[in-house]
Design a protein around this ligand. Structure first.
Ligand code: MV4
Length: 448
């Protein structure tokens, strides 16, 4: 097992990783930007090193500074958390080159899943259903028109280097395709330094369902059921839950074993997530694979009563998978509390936390880095807290969420708490009538 690990991240996930390391008897090193000097991850780690100015580019994304900090403190491994360098193949390789274990998948898994056309082709070959479309990259308009005529409109143009909703466009007919193909190519070049596009048939009115998978270095692969993530706004997830009301045990088994196959086909090590579009007639299609521990991992943990981060560290150290596949024990829901004003188009609302109270009680978990007096810096993402509830039934988990949100006090800034209170009382949410376009169709304030 590792002696000491460095956490290349901040906020709640840095605390989450420190807790897992402490339980495993591993020493921890926090890194922080000048804006994060008074953050809890700095306080709770055994050692802390400042790695640069506030901007992410000069701190949490600064590979030379991170490797220097790792060398000075003599760590065995680096945990990247999510975001920042978590899915950066080069960083994973550099860690390896310095004899530091990257707590995550092999660089080759990261790069295969990072190119969305390669990812799709790899999954298709592994037997995972994919959306009908082009075989890989479409290099010019003439080729695009031919393929589009074959698969039919409406369709989607997607950047191979995109992902998470960036670099994609809906195309309704041939004349639109003629107008936007080259524009989308130039945008992809400007955003991702890669102009390559591929084409897919548009799958309308789908739900976003993802399967948690886990692999180890000994060729063992499992799946840990699904997460329902359809409650999103502009590709930012707001509420997640497991199990999904749209997935019965037969579909869970099927999507689970196919996802396990997908993970095996890239020799996947550690926790990963395979995202699908699920249509109302029960068809599902691969979208992308996230090669990291995800923000919403706690609902899987509470549903199954497991610790994904401890398992991630153990597997990275070479241990065999100790988790077993099993059916959901609890229903678990997560509400993401952001420093955003939901009454003003979810505009960021950084500032000082003047008052803070954290809910508690049976079936309630809160992952947060907040404390009274903490100043939220404007430089990073706006996640403040994840309120997670779990109970035997979905109804009880929703009821617990209502009381947890009532008890959660965050004063001094605007937060998304009112949005979540409205959703817990929204009949569409309560009856599971949600798809990825739901928040574009309704005004959330109508449910207050
Ligand atoms: C799609 C799609 C419909 N048809 N692909 C968005 C994020 C990226 N992972 C892929 N995305 C989509 N791909 C086809 N062929 C609709 C989306 C999509 C979406 C997917 C999941 C969750 C929210 C979404 C919101 C808008 C569009």
């Amino acid at each position: 097992m590792f002696h000491k690990i460095l956490i290349a991240n901040r906020g709640e996930i840095a605390l989450r990783i420190i807790r897992a390391a402490k339980e495993l008897g591993i020493k921890t090193v926090a890194v922080y930007s000048e804006a994060d000097r008074y953050s809890l991850h700095v306080r709770f780690a055994d050692e802390a090193i400042c790695i640069g100015p506030p901007s992410s580019k000069q701190s949490y994304l600064n590979i030379p500074a991170l490797i220097t900090a790792a060398n000075i403190t003599n760590v065995d491994a680096i945990h990247p958390g999510y975001g920042f360098l978590a899915e950066n193949q080069i960083f994973a390789e550099i860690c390896q080159g310095h004899g530091i274990t990257f707590i995550g998948p092999n660089p080759s898994s990261i790069s295969q899943m990072g190119d969305k056309a390669v990812a799709k082709d790899t999954m298709k070959k592994a037997g995972v259903p994919v959306v009908p479309g082009s075989d890989g990259v479409v290099s010019n308009l003439e080729q695009a028109i031919k393929i589009a005529d074959n698969i039919g409109y409406p369709l989607m143009l997607k950047a191979v280097a995109g992902g998470g909703g960036k670099g994609m466009r809906i195309v309704n007919n041939k004349s639109e395709l003629e107008k936007v193909f080259e524009v989308t190519q130039s945008e992809a070049l400007a955003f991702f330094n890669n102009p390559d596009l591929y084409i897919e048939k548009l799958i309308p009115n789908a739900k976003h369902i993802e399967i948690q998978v886990f692999g180890d270095k000994h060729g063992n692969y499992i799946h840990l059921n699904e997460r329902e993530c359809s409650m999103q706004r502009r590709h930012q997830k707001l509420i997640e839950e497991t199990p999904s009301f749209a997935v019965n045990q037969a579909l869970r088994d099927e999507m689970g074993s196919i996802s396990r196959q997908g993970a095996k086909s890239v020799n996947y090590v550690g926790p990963g997530t395979i995202e699908y579009l699920l249509t109302s007639d029960g068809k599902y299609y691969f979208m992308e694979m996230n090669t990291r521990i995800q923000v919403e991992h706690p609902i899987t943990e509470e549903s199954l009563k497991i610790d994904l981060v401890k398992e991630q560290i153990k597997v990275a150290a070479g241990e065999k998978l100790s988790l077993k596949e099993h059916q959901p024990i609890f229903h678990s829901i997560e509400c993401r509390i952001n420093a955003e004003d939901p009454f003003n188009d979810f505009r960021p609302s950084p500032g000082k936390i003047e008052g803070f109270h954290c809910p508690g009680g049976q079936g309630i978990r809160v992952d947060t880095h907040l404390y009274q007096g903490y100043v939220i810096p404007p430089y990073y993402d706006s996640l403040l807290a994840k309120v997670i509830t779990y109970a035997r039934t979905r109804e009880d988990a929703i009821n617990k969420m209502k009381l947890a949100l009532d008890e959660l006090i965050i004063e001094g800034i605007k937060t998304t708490i009112p949005f979540h209170v409205a959703m817990m009382n929204n009949p569409d949410f309560v009856n599971g009538k949600i798809d990825t376009k739901y928040l574009e169709r309704v005004n959330w304030k109508d449910f207050i």
